[in-house]
Write a protein that binds this ligand. Structure first.
Ligand SMILES: NC(=O)c1ccc[n+]([C@@H]2O[C@H](COP(=O)([O-])OP(=O)(O)OC[C@H]3O[C@@H](n4cnc5c(N)ncnc54)[C@H](O)[C@@H]3O)[C@@H](O)[C@H]2O)c1
Length: 385
């Protein structure tokens, strides 16, 4: 029988520690009278590939976390992971189901290809582990519904690896928008103009495994794999739920894959605001500012790390007053790493001091936009909620 190590309710807080510039409460609690190992969350990582490096680096820096287990189907990945983890010698597993049987494991971080997220999340919650799962929730909305059904019943934290919600730069932009810097938001324009990172492998089997993100059935498509971070920023800043999506996209340059290499999307929100999102995977060095427009002015989010707020009557016409009436430049915070801060927040959620961020509701809405964008492109139609 599996031991319930740490529940949200009785993961009691006793000591204050400082992590990432934030004061957080350390854990030293028990479940049904049993002490928690060293007052730390004991993590198991499933999938020790590229992204797991960032997770391990973050966990190495947080004294309320330790990595006690690593799981990967590839021995080489496990060996690399063992070298990265500091302070502990994790147990290694090839099958995650065996790792979930471990008693000295409180939480699981899922960093595998996207099509595996759903089942691994469900199995981990059902094994009474807290879960931090990389985005996206799954690769279909049906996947998400299955996860939600289990998450609603589980007395465990389920948080998603959409770390921009914790990155101080984006948090500050959100504060400015929600604080009314440009009034009610009406329109946004943001982009992901990036380069391709695909590496080619001669062996088709190796290519399929390593390049899982370029196959629709393993990644769910580029709007889930890449765009979901930006789509979530839009949902967040627009402060409303997405209700209508139209999109066009396909293959302009990279014809060696199933997934698209560009798209343009138009998203409408329940509050009437609209957003345009552009994505290409064959651009380098094009870092045009993002634009947010509201009733009282507009905001340029410059990728160099500052925001320009231009206030004035956006409806002025020929002969009206010059726009803007005023211009303010705000430097955005730099340096702090959202991947690490998401663990600080996770600890608060385990201690029942905060809701997981992002929780499945937020992750679900971001999924919805990505999935509908993929469908709109494939089926050449407009999707409404
Ligand atoms: N939040 C972010 O900014 C961000 C950035 C990059 C990747 N990601 C996400 O992280 C996840 C992993 O991406 P990656 O770039 O590390 O991919 P990757 O291919 O480098 O790593 C995936 C690892 O999972 C392992 N794996 C595959 N099947 C497994 C199984 N059944 N059990 C255990 N291990 C298994 C692979 O062997 C590999 O080591 C994806 O969901 C991706 O979307 C998030």
């Amino acid at each position: 029988m599996r031991e319930k190590n740490v529940t949200r309710r009785n993961f009691l807080t006793t000591s204050a520690k400082v992590a990432g510039g934030l004061t957080i409460l350390g854990a030293a609690g028990s479940v049904r009278g049993e002490p928690v190992s060293n007052g730390k969350i004991r993590w198991g990582i499933i999938g020790v590939g590229n992204r797991a490096r960032a997770h391990i680096a973050a966990l190495n820096e947080l004294d309320f976390c330790e990595v006690t287990a690593l799981c990967d189907i590839r021995e080489a990945a496990l060996q690399r992971g063992l070298k990265l983890v500091k302070g502990t010698r994790p147990k290694t597993f090839k099958r995650y189901e065996e790792m979930l049987e471990e008693h000295d494991l409180d939480a699981v971080c899922i960093v595998t290809p996207n099509h595996l997220h759903k089942q691994m999340t469900i199995d981990s919650l059902e094994a009474n582990k807290h879960v931090l799962c990389e985005k996206p929730m799954g690769i279909t909305m049906a996947d998400c519904d299955e996860v939600v059904a289990v998450a609603k019943k589980a007395d465990r934290v389920l948080q998603y690896g959409m770390q921009l919600r914790h990155t101080p730069t984006y948090v500050r932009v959100n504060e400015l928008v929600q604080g009314g810097a440009i009034g009610n938001i009406r329109y946004a324009w943001i982009s992901d103009f990036r380069r391709d990172i695909r590496q080619l492998y001669e062996d088709p089997l190796v290519d399929r495994t390593q390049n899982w993100r370029y196959f629709q059935h393993t990644s769910g498509g580029m709007l889930l794999e890449y765009s979901i971070h930006r789509l979530d920023l839009l949902n967040w800043w627009m402060n409303s739920r997405p209700v209508r999506v139209s999109a066009s996209g396909g293959h302009n340059v990279w014809r060696d894959r199933e997934t698209i290499d560009h798209c343009g999307m138009l998203i409408e929100y329940a509050n009437g605001a609209k957003a345009t999102y552009g994505m290409t995977l064959y651009s380098r060095g094009y870092r045009t500012p993002w634009l947010l427009m509201g009733d009282d002015g507009q905001m340029l989010v410059e990728r160099s790390g500052r925001v320009v707020i231009q206030k004035g009557d956006v409806s002025n016409s020929l002969g009206g007053p010059k726009f803007p009436d005023s211009e303010e430049v705000i430097e955005l915070p730099k340096g702090e790493n959202g991947t690490k801060l998401q663990y600080v927040h996770f600890m608060k959620a385990v201690n029942d001091e905060a809701q997981p961020l992002p929780d499945w509701r937020i992750a679900y809405d971001a999924m919805w936009v990505g999935i509908q964008g993929e469908t709109a492109i494939r089926e050449e139609k407009v999707i409404k909620l």
